[in-house]
Design a protein around this ligand. Structure first.
Ligand code: HEC
Ligand code: HEC
Length: 411
């Protein structure tokens, strides 16, 4: 009898251990997030669902799907694909607006100039009064599920560290979370101007503004220079991507969001990662202060954390993960700003979000306007808040500069 009881106790004890101790251990031991340009899920969703969602991200929309009337391209992957779906590309978009010396105002219809239209008569153009015009490159979305899970504390801590080291900290802005209750905001981290905090909000925004497809979060078609486009050019009733019980914000928007959250982070080049030049460059990157803004390591919030105004619970595949994005996801004036104001107010006119450098080895043109073609040129374009660090760079020997560049070419 006694032995049986002991046995039973041990079994139930083991179950208690699995239930209680494992989640605790999990929460306090972050692991490195998976990386790879391999079309494989990071574990957020099954591989079969990932393949379906990626096919949706890759698929070209047609008039019958609601494409346009004004748009920029026919598939998410057209602008996010090198070397696999979700990564970066060489595509730029045209931004425009007006600045009177004090205040930036939007061009009629907004700052994005749609480059394509379903009919020649409704082509959008930069207007004579638009004295601010700039190009803006597409961005990598691989690994963005982890970026979405970066805790608020990271931004405030990093900002204070920058204040101490550079005399000025990055700008943190809060933006609306479209899928949450009206008035809900969260610290922004996506887009060159930090337009969004949620990948679901970004997906709906991109579907409308890149492809002209309306959805429950973005139910109104774009205009041509502020002029409402005649109904004959709109081939589907709004919302063109309608919601369902499973995907209340649109079936395609839901698929894009799942796909983005399921992607692995960009993979560094394993073949060179441990060469002496890359290792020396990696130390220099930290030593001279590049990592003050291009932050090397961030740990995501624990699994189970509820974010995006209560609309998203971070799963185990995304929570407690160490990522190496080489960004602080904050806005800075490094002397290159595009002059456009979006969500951050007039103070952000000349600021850009620090671009993550993960995946940089797949970019041949650099900076938000893609106007730099060498790494040295991109680094030399930094001024303003980056001045002390760029002075350190200028003082490196040619060998050291080459080592630093070998490092950023390896990530
Ligand atoms: C015509 C090209 C184009 C298409 C098509 C396009 N994008 Fe983008 N994407 C961009 C550009 C340009 C940016 C940078 C936007 C900015 O900051 O102004 C971007 C940025 C993003 C970001 C922010 C990434 C980050 O880490 O900051 C996400 C997310 C995104 N796109 C998702 C999508 C989705 C989903 C689709 C399909 C519905 C899509 N995009 C279609 C060009 C495109
Ligand atoms: C004060 C913050 C700050 C510091 C310090 C800083 N950067 Fe940047 N970096 C930025 C911002 C902001 C941009 C985007 C500028 C733009 O596109 O207009 C950028 C852009 C870049 C790019 C282009 C990335 C791309 O995707 O096109 C590279 C490469 C880069 N930085 C490397 C470095 C290196 C190397 C150092 C150290 C010598 C450094 N940065 C220091 C903020 C910083």
């Amino acid at each position: 009898m006694a032995t049986k009881w002991v046995k039973r106790f041990l079994i139930s004890d083991a179950i208690v251990l699995v239930l209680l101790v494992v989640p605790l251990v999990y929460a306090v031991t972050p692991t490195t997030a998976p990386t790879g340009f391999d079309n494989l899920t990071n574990g957020f969703e099954s591989q079969a669902q990932f393949d379906l969602d990626r096919a949706n991200f890759d698929s070209r929309e047609e008039l019958a799907d609601g494409l346009g009337p004004v748009y920029n391209a026919q598939a998410c992957a057209e602008c996010h694909q090198n070397p696999v779906s979700g990564a970066i590309s060489q595509i730029t978009e045209l931004r425009k607006g007006r600045f009177d010396g004090f205040t930036f105002t939007d061009s009629p219809g907004g700052s994005l100039n749609n480059d394509r239209a379903v009919d020649a008569s409704i082509q959008e153009r930069v207007l004579g009064a638009d004295n601010v015009v700039d190009l803006r490159s597409s961005l990598n979305i691989l690994g963005d599920g982890f970026v979405e899970a970066i805790p608020d504390s990271f931004f405030t801590t990093t900002q204070a560290n920058q204040q101490a080291q550079l005399g000025v900290g990055g700008t943190i802005i809060r933006v609306p979370v479209g899928e949450a209750a009206a008035g809900t905001t969260r610290i922004a981290r996506f887009g060159w101007k930090n337009q969004h905090a949620s990948l679901l909000s970004f997906a709906a925004d991109a579907y409308l503004n890149e492809m002209g497809i309306t959805s429950p979060l973005q139910p109104k078609e774009n205009t041509t220079n502020g002029v409402v486009i005649p109904a004959q050019f709109d081939h589907k009733a709004d919302p063109e991507d309608a919601g369902t019980t499973a995907d209340p914000f649109g079936t395609d928007v839901g698929a894009f969001t799942r796909f983005m959250r399921s992607t692995k982070a960009p993979a560094p080049d394993a073949a060179v990662a441990n060469t002496s030049d890359v290792l020396a460059g990696k130390s220099l990157f930290t030593q001279i202060g590049c990592s003050i803004c291009h932050v090397a390591s961030i740990t995501t919030s624990p699994g189970g954390t509820v974010i995006n105004g209560g609309k998203y619970t971070i799963p185990a595949a995304i929570g407690d993960k160490i990522i190496h994005p080489y960004s602080d996801f904050m806005l800075h004036d490094v002397g290159t700003g595009d002059g456009i104001v979006q969500n951050g107010g007039q103070g952000t006119r000349t600021k850009m979000r620090t671009p993550p450098l993960w995946g940089l080895r797949t970019h041949d043109r650099l900076m938000h306007d893609l106007l730099s073609v060498t790494r040295d040129d991109a680094i030399n374009r930094h001024f303003g808040e980056a001045n002390p660090v760029i002075n350190n760079y200028l003082n490196l020997s040619v060998t050291q500069k080459n080592q630093l560049i070998a490092f950023i070419n390896s990530i």
